[in-house]
Design a binder for this molecule. Structure first.
Ligand SMILES: Cc1cc2nc3c(=O)[nH]c(=O)nc-3n(C[C@H](O)[C@H](O)[C@H](O)COP(=O)(O)OP(=O)(O)OC[C@H]3O[C@@H](n4cnc5c(N)ncnc54)[C@H](O)[C@@H]3O)c2cc1C
Length: 464
């Protein structure tokens, strides 16, 4: 059998993007997926989570509607129906991913893949009973959260149960950990009507994000009804007659559902792929080291997405385990290998959002990170009650912040907590990618009346 030009292990965001792009240049491509095509983003990540975020924001919208004269009864959520329609949509998308691969002429296998070794200058890939030869193998197997050793942690579920599973509605929820997934799930379940407690080791959620955003969001989450327990160690979980008890010096909390979202380093799914046998270098965490073209130290073996070290870019502390990064890396790999186009991915202006209540959006450097890198920064900050809430009594506020390099005037970071933060920050990411200066922000005419216009009308620095 003639070797394929490329075999991709993992049919998630990165693997599918790479396979399709490579095939579009005439490469012969095979792919395998152990679980469901579409991967984490489509099946148990971004998509179902965002649909649930929309569902959870409805009671707030109803409260605001009353300020405007609408007469509405209290909304009641059919939780089982939400889970069913959400899963119908993710199943539809799974089918879309499969048909995109089929239309691109990619040979699609189902099963767990691993590299058995070499045959001449090709690699032998095994998927169940089947074998394929390929000149290049792309590892795109994603990652999973590492679970620390806490007694009784098996009583907790991960985010998978909440965003992919169909579970009874949990009246009382404890979320262990306050990385972005923990914060998002807390907001979703609180919005859907559960009593939510977030137990976090640190003093604030969302380590690595700008500190002003972290404290502002903590306040708004608390005012929105989420109980935050900072600086709290969890010693164990125990089943009780009425639920699950979270044990520790400053707890206990009792809940019907405990979600372990401990925000530890994700553990890439790179074990048992045959990589060690080939001599592929992995980080202590299991991510494959790759160069600027996503090639590992073993010629012909490549890695993209959550299972790689993002060409060393992840080492500076920024979280790049994101769908658009996996897609961009997959495409850049294919461009370089099959179109002689040495495309590179920009890691310095990656926008990211937390779909909390309210949302948080950010692009570029946080104030602390900019200072740590030696920038002399000017900070511009504003916090206000958005016009939408002026007719009623709401605690929701919007915080906006710019981090500007005094030397050269470049805007290094844009940060926001408030309604539509994710949508607004995506637009500003274009400006940062283009290298916009504060003077250009000031020159930009405001779009009135919006919340976003505040980003171009912050004239006075807030702090030195
Ligand atoms: C709850 C949650 C919410 C998220 N929200 C966001 C968000 O809002 N925005 C965002 O950008 N990112 C979000 N992410 C992260 C995003 O989903 C990932 O960064 C992205 O899916 C990574 O793509 P990938 O291709 O590297 O891996 P994945 O999408 O994880 O795909 C890897 C695939 O490989 C398969 N696989 C593993 N081992 C094998 C094997 N040996 N053989 C065959 N197949 C194998 C897996 O089954 C999986 O389908 C979220 C993640 C989670 C868990």
């Amino acid at each position: 059998l003639a070797p394929l030009d490329l075999f991709v292990i993992g049919g998630g965001s990165g693997g599918v993007a790479a396979a399709r792009r490579a095939a579009s240049y005439g490469a012969s491509v095979g792919i395998c997926e152990a679980s469901r095509y579409g991967g984490t983003c489509v099946v148990r990540g971004c998509v179902p989570k965002k649909l649930m975020h929309y569902a959870a924001s409805v009671p707030h919208a109803v409260r605001v509607a009353r300020d405007y004269g609408w007469e509405l009864s209290d909304p009641r959520l059919r939780w089982a129906q939400l889970q069913a329609v959400r899963n119908r949509e993710t199943a539809r998308l799974e089918g879309v991913y499969q048909s995109l691969l089929d239309k691109a002429g990619v040979e699609r296998l189902t099963g767990r893949g691993r590299i058995l070794g070499r045959d001449g200058d090709a690699f032998v890939v095994e998927v169940g009973e089947q074998r394929r030869l390929a000149r290049r193998v792309l590892i795109a197997v994603g990652a999973r959260a590492e679970q620390p050793e806490i007694p009784g942690l098996e009583l907790a579920v991960t985010s998978d149960a909440v965003v992919e599973g169909e579970i009874p509605f949990p009246r009382r929820v404890a979320v262990l950990g306050a990385g972005y997934i923990g914060v998002e799930l807390a907001g979703i379940l609180n919005g859907c009507g559960a009593e939510v407690t977030v137990v976090l080791r640190g003093d604030q959620p969302l380590r690595g994000f700008d500190d002003d955003l972290r404290s502002d969001l903590t306040e708004q989450m608390t005012r929105g009804g989420i109980r935050m327990l900072p600086l709290t160690r969890v010693d164990g979980l125990e089943r009780t007659a009425s639920g699950i008890a979270v044990r520790g010096p400053h707890v206990p909390v009792e809940a019907d559902l405990v979600i372990a979202a401990l925000g530890r380093k994700p553990k890439p799914n790179t074990a048992s792929l045959g990589l060690a046998e080939l001599g592929v270098r992995l980080t202590a965490n299991g991510a494959a080291y790759v160069d600027v073209g996503y090639e590992t130290n073993v010629k012909g073996i490549f890695a993209v997405g959550d299972c790689c070290d993002h060409g060393g870019n992840a080492l500076d502390g920024a979280g790049f385990d994101l769908t658009p990064i996996a897609i961009a890396e997959g495409r850049a790999f294919a461009e370089r290998q099959f179109n002689q186009n040495p495309q590179v991915v920009r890691y310095d202006t990656v926008p990211t959002a937390v779909f909390s209540e309210p949302e948080l959006g950010t692009v570029g450097l946080s104030e602390a990170r900019a200072r740590a890198l030696g920038y002399d920064v000017a900070i511009y900050r504003t916090r206000f009650k958005p016009m939408r809430y002026t007719l009623g009594d709401h605690h929701r506020r919007t915080l906006m912040k710019l981090v500007v390099d005094r030397d050269g005037d470049r805007v290094l970071g844009c940060h926001m907590v408030g309604d539509d933060a994710a949508e607004i920050i995506q637009g500003l990411a274009v400006a940062l990618t283009a290298g916009a200066t504060k003077a250009q922000f000031d020159e930009t005419v405001a779009l009135h009346p919006t919340a976003a216009e505040e980003f171009v009308t912050m004239y006075q620095p807030a702090a030195s």
